[in-house]
Ligand binder design. Structure first.
Ligand code: NAD
Ligand code: UGA
Length: 591
């Protein structure tokens, strides 16, 4: 009886367990065949091994059987073969988790959609089904207008979703049939949202795990065979224990689950790049044979496109904490640089120069040191608050305070930026119009979750300003929803909030331009470099083509014309030549 077979290249093993043979006298034995594929510089070579497990030492007639079989096997094994990684599955392992042929991803959001697309693209023999209750989102994933904007996403989705005639069959599916997706899969990726709790204990701090719990309850109710459950969502430490407990209480007898942590590190705007070429893939498991076997099964899926040295396997709870730690450390760099930016503004230094200078130290590195109006996005704030809440619940109050200060500085940065605008515009924004360029929390995404723009625009409205907002990717309905749902007097601001379809429309009759997202088209840096005669590579030429004309903007604005650059994307020199007054974050004009 063949229980399990696997012959994809690049894998070290697979077990064809023949199952336990009937007991003969008082000896039982189990035979499995392992297929080992060796990786040579010149290609792959496969050998079969027969593994016989006997219940005790044997005497004739079984010794005769073994004496015959062993020489037979050695004639069929390459003598020059390297010793493969000891990763063949024992027959027990292969019974618990067979070959992965079907994956279900629960949650078709910013993580679930792109991750599944990359996985399906690299594993044409595995069926990947993304399920979500949100039927509008699923319909969009099935269409030519994907529900999220992400460079390169459509190119990644199409081949596996639609197939390529005569080349590959479709293996990426999107569905609202959550039960079926779960029931059919051997491995389930949980990519549901884990926002900050808004109700009850820990509200405003702890992670809301109810979406995860409900997905896991569904797995418990629906599963009729063993499954590997993978936490892709960002979770508090030891969430796996909670999930295991829910599964124990809700699953059918005899069905076993192994929970892995496999946090996602993609950043929006570069998701496909990050997923296709990750710095690392982290897989956390229990150190039990089943836990390690499950980790190997997941690692094998990644090995279709990620090199082995980048697939890191660690302890389950270290993996959960490592995700929170990574986000906390990244956000901490931004708050540190923004805190230094406040000093730069006061002493006449330039934060871009300071960041550049410190970033040349290899121990510090240059990335994530860009001063800004404040970090946004769905994760930094919530993950730091979650980390701080965990610390507090462990009575580590100083640790909690340390991490919260990263969020505090971020709030301070947004307020400080608004106060600077008010101060420059003669301490009153009444009857003044501000053009807001950019509303997404960063460029190359249409996502506005926790965008600094939401706070800054609300602050400006509270000062009595009229705001005219333009973002190349964010829809008007989203902008209105974000502002109105976070404003204490949504009715009173309706007339003072206009969403525009172009930069020029937004800037018409404006007193100031406020840049809140670093979209390439708002920058003039490529054309300034070009004008200075600096080398312009083809990427810069593309950026130049997209750039807005600041000359044209200067023709439609009221005087004096201010530019408040919350992302330092504009070169002030050509702007000042056009008559603009320029205020960059972390930069001082006067000193
Ligand atoms: P998202 O809100 O875009 O998507 C989550 C999806 O899950 C939603 O479509 C929702 O309808 C669906 N969902 C919730 N409960 C469900 C259930 N029980 N059954 C079926 N569908 C369900 O969220 P996201 O941005 O993709 O983030 C998901 C997780 O990944 C979060 O924990 C987040 O912290 C983490 N993460 C996000 C990013 C990112 O860039 N957005 C990066 C790394 C990690
Ligand atoms: C971040 C992390 O970078 C990802 O590794 C992580 O997987 C993800 O959070 C998550 O867990 O959700 P993301 O928020 O998409 O990704 O984008 P980032 O590039 O990290 O930017 C976050 C915010 O910081 C943005 O508002 C960005 O404009 C701002 N930022 C970034 C700065 O202000 N300065 C910088 O130098 C870099």
């Amino acid at each position: 009886m063949v229980e399990d077979a696997d012959s994809r290249p690049g894998e070290y093993e697979c077990g064809w367990s023949l199952g336990a043979c009937p007991r003969l006298a008082d000896i039982s034995f189990e035979i499995s065949i392992a297929l080992c594929t060796y990786r040579y510089p010149s290609g792959f070579h496969s050998d079969y091994f027969v593994i016989i497990q006997l219940s005790r030492l044997v005497e004739p007639p079984f010794t005769f059987f073994l004496n015959y079989l062993i020489p037979f096997m050695s004639t069929h094994t390459r003598q020059d073969a390297p010793i493969p990684a000891p990763s063949y599955r024992s027959s027990n392992e292969s019974k618990l988790f067979g070959r992965i042929t079907k994956i279900c991803c629960v949650g078709a959001g910013y993580v679930g959609g792109p991750t599944s697309a990359v996985m399906a693209n690299a594993n044409p023999n595995i069926q990947v089904t993304v399920v979500d209750y949100d039927s509008k989102r699923i319909a969009a994933w099935q269409s030519d207008e994907l529900p999220i904007y992400e460079p390169g996403l459509m190119e990644m989705v199409k081949p596996s979703r639609d197939g390529i005639p005569n080349k590959r069959a479709p293996n990426l599916f999107f569905s609202t049939d959550v039960d079926r997706g779960i029931a059919e899969a051997e491995l389930i990726l949980l990519s549901v949202n884990t926002p900050t709790k808004t109700l009850g204990q820990g509200a405003g701090h702890a992670s809301e795990l109810s979406y995860l719990e409900s997905a896991v309850r569904k797995i418990g109710a629906v599963a009729t065979d063993n499954k590997i459950i993978v936490e892709k969502s960002t979770v508090p430490c030891r969430a796996a224990d909670t999930l295991r407990d829910v599964l124990r209480a809700t699953s059918k007898p005899g069905v076993e689950f192994e929970i892995l942590s496999n946090p996602e590190f993609l950043a929006e705007g570069t998701a496909i790049q990050n997923l296709s070429n990750p710095d690392r893939v982290l897989i956390g498991s229990l150190k039990t044979p089943q836990g390690l076997a499950a980790a190997r099964a997941l690692a094998q899926i990644y090995s279709a496109w990620v090199s082995a040295e980048r697939i890191i396997t660690i302890n389950l709870f270290s993996s959960e904490l490592a995700k929170l730690a990574a986000n906390a450390l990244l956000a901490q760099r931004i708050s540190s640089v923004n805190a230094l930016g406040a000093m730069c503004e006061a002493v006449g230094a330039d934060i871009d120069e300071v960041s550049y200078a410190v970033g040349l130290d290899k121990r510090i590195g240059s990335r994530m040191l860009k001063a800004s109006v404040g970090f946004g996005g769905s994760c930094f704030r919530k993950d730091i608050l979650s980390l701080a809440y965990i610390a507090e619940s462990l009575n580590l109050f100083e640790v909690a305070a340390y991490w919260r200060s990263v969020v505090d500085i971020n709030e301070y940065q947004k307020d400080r930026f608004t106060r600077r605008i008010v101060r420059c515009l003669y301490n009153s924004l009444s009857n003044k119009t501000l053009a807001i360029l950019g509303f997404a929390y960063k460029k190359d995404t249409g996502d506005t979750r926790e965008s600094a723009a939401i706070t800054v625009v609300n602050n400006l409205l509270a000062e009595g300003a009229n705001v005219r907002i333009y973002d190349p990717q964010v829809k008007e309905s989203q902008i209105r929803y974000d502002i109105e749902s976070s404003n204490p007097h949504p009715q009173s601001i309706k007339d003072r909030l206009v969403v525009c379809s172009s930069t020029y429309d937004a800037c018409t009759d404006a007193d100031a331009v406020v840049i809140l997202t670093e979209w390439d088209e708002f920058s003039n840096k490529s054309s300034s470099a070009h004008a200075r005669g600096d080398l312009v590579c083809s990427g810069d030429m593309d950026a130049m083509r997209k750039e807005i004309s600041w000359k044209r903007i200067s023709q439609v604005m009221r005087r004096p014309m201010y530019v408040f650059d919350g992302r330092n994307v504009v070169d002030p020199v050509p702007l000042e030549a056009l008559g603009f007054r320029y205020e960059g974050v972390g930069k001082s004009r006067d000193l």
